[in-house]
Ligand binder design. Structure first.
Ligand SMILES: NC(=O)c1ccc[n+]([C@@H]2O[C@H](COP(=O)([O-])OP(=O)(O)OC[C@H]3O[C@@H](n4cnc5c(N)ncnc54)[C@H](O)[C@@H]3O)[C@@H](O)[C@H]2O)c1
Length: 386
């Protein structure tokens, strides 16, 4: 193995994302051997000592902390990775920036624009390396979509359409709040499907198609009251269970977005489609190694949707994995983001999406919620360069 510099990781939160990120740190040097940095699993933090020790033992962290402030204060940590629920992102990230450490933060960046702005400002002031885990950008088929759009093959773009559909909250007896159900509690999550799911769609959309300038939205909370797991009381539900919005992009195209946790039969159906004057592309998370492509300039007798299996060595990231024809999975998007972050330490470039980018996405999320609440169009104020 090439002589590498250590990047000493301190990870906060041992749930779903704690596992995907740790897997990324563990795999990256095996599959990206040419990187100049190697992540070292220095410490992991979660509030319950027994649970965090069990996580450290299982995944190979050298040490544990039960208070993230102690983790931030340690001088043997270079980068803090925030994998906690949304209500703690701002406080932790701002403290990390002030401590002069690198910060990697889960999405959505924050619960609202005010928090996101403070975070982006703190990062800008401290000038620390940062990235936000909008990981879908780094699935090879989605990265290929970016290359195709950037090449101009689609021609003038008219439509951008995205869905993110789930069905796990239909049961009216499901409580809100507490471990595992914090997404149902607006005080912790900030919003419902808008911040949790549409934030992904918005990040991908602006990355592919530029700024969303204004939005008109409708949201619904189908189950209005639920028992709160922490208080034991039946309380008003503050999150949006479903959200549909349409919008203008700066390039003149129209966008249509839908997300819900009430689409029976759908577990994580993230799809997008882009229609240009010459060609269209579409993608589906449930078939994530494929990108569908239609080109009107093909000879008419064979013209039709091509289903491109994105597994060849000349397609994004795929030279690092197996042989053509063999696919990879969801978890690889995190390995790729770790690899790109490590690469950015060598090149001095940013590793997008940065806190600044995620702040712009937060503006769209907030404009969507504002629009639904006021039943009016809202400008997003987004500043985004393709
Ligand atoms: N990029 C993605 O595709 C994706 C997917 C899922 C979740 N997320 C985001 O990741 C974050 C975490 O989500 P999750 O699904 O992993 O949640 P989770 O509930 O599975 O895990 C959260 C972890 O944070 C810990 N925690 C909570 N508060 C803490 C504190 N103050 N100090 C230390 N530890 C604390 C909990 O004990 C738990 O281990 C959220 O912001 C979520 O939106 C992103």
């Amino acid at each position: 193995m090439k002589n590498k510099k250590d990047l000493r990781i301190g990870l906060v939160g041992t749930g779903f994302m704690g596992r995907t990120h740790t897997n990324g740190y563990k795999r990256v040097s095996d599959f990206f051997p040419d990187l100049g940095y190697h992540p070292v699993l220095k410490a992991v933090c979660s509030r319950n000592k027994d649970k965090v020790q069990a996580f450290a033992d299982q995944w190979g962290y050298e040490s544990i902390e039960t208070d993230w402030k102690a983790l931030v204060a340690r001088n043997d940590i270079d980068a803090i990775d925030i994998c906690t629920p949304n209500d703690s992102h701002a406080e932790i990230a701002i403290a990390v920036a002030k401590a002069g450490k690198m910060v990697l933060c889960e999405k959505p960046l924050a619960r609202n624009v005010a928090e996101a702005k403070q975070m982006a400002d703190a990062i800008e002031k401290a000038k620390v390396k940062n990235t936000v885990w909008y990981n879908y950008r780094r699935l090879p088929a989605v990265t290929l979509a970016k290359q195709i759009v950037a090449s101009g093959k689609l021609g003038k773009i008219y439509h951008y359409r995205a869905n993110f559909l789930q069905d796990w909250t239909i049961n009216a007896e499901l409580p809100q709040g507490g471990a595992g159900l914090w997404r149902m509690d607006s005080d912790v999550a900030g919003s419902g499907v808008t911040g949790d799911l549409l934030a992904h769609c918005i990040d991908t959309a602006m990355w592919l198609n530029g700024a969303i300038t204004d939005v008109s939205a409708v949201t619904e909370t189908f189950v209005k009251e639920r028992m709160h797991a922490l208080t034991g009381k039946v309380q008003k539900v503050g999150i949006d269970d479903a959200c549909i919005f349409h919008c203008h992009f700066e390039n003149g195209s129209l966008g249509l977005f839908e997300s819900t946790r009430y689409a029976r039969g759908h577990k994580a159906l993230y799809t997008f489609e882009i229609n240009g004057a010459n060609a269209s592309i579409r993608w589906d998370l449930h078939d994530l190694n494929r990108l569908e492509y239609f080109d009107h300039r093909d000879e008419s007798i064979v013209r039709g949707w091509r289903s491109v299996h994105v597994t060849d060595g000349d397609q994004p990231y795929m030279d690092k994995w197996w042989v053509p024809g063999l696919g990879i999975g969801y978890e690889h998007s995190f390995v790729h983001q770790v690899a790109d972050f490590l690469k950015s330490l060598e090149t001095g470039e940013t590793c997008a999406p940065t806190f600044k980018d995620a702040y712009e996405t937060q503006k769209v999320c907030e404009a969507v919620i504002d629009s639904a609440n006021t039943k009016s169009w809202k400008d997003t104020g987004v500043e985004w360069k393709l």
